[in-house]
Write a protein that binds this ligand. Sequence first.
Ligand code: MG
Length: 203
Amino acid sequence: MKIICIGRNYIDHAKELKNPVPKKPLVFMKPPSALLINNKPLYYPEFTKDLHYELEVVLKIAKNGRHVQDEFASDYYDQVALGIDFTARDVQAKCKEKGHPWEIAKGFDNSAALSNFVNLSKLPDPKAIKFQMKRNGKLVQNGNTKDLIFSFDYIISYVSQYFKLQQGDIIYTGTPAGVGPVQIGDVLEGFLEGDKLLETSIK
Ligand code: MG
């Protein structure tokens, strides 16, 4: 399976990191070994001093497809989860400065926390999914997928021009504003439509 990620997909987040708002989706991947499931803890990696959380809505690909047209894209996903795109921000900054790929900052072991999936049909509005992150009980991110720059359907059609989508692949769709550093001992909780789906502690 592939873990596809979209960067800078909320205007307020692009601005907080002083990045330009992209005209096309910014796509990168994490290896399957990055997955962190069952609310397991993340051990703070020794190669960074600035580990950040990014809470994101994650799509699960329901069937294989390539060159998917926009109008058929919604047939390719029917479940969503919450995920944390853990990022070594200091390592990423160095990669960006040199124009290097940023996998070592984004795709390291356990950098892709993932909750259980829920059916989109169970949500009040699949085009306006509310999701929140609390760090040590304090609200730090408050997102709504209606604010996405590139919609789920557009992401599916865009990504499938380059990569064959395969059943079971997952797509991290980007983080809203409010990203920030974590410390050892922190507890991160992710909420989807008010239900806690994800909890990860930093050790
Ligand atoms: Mg991200």
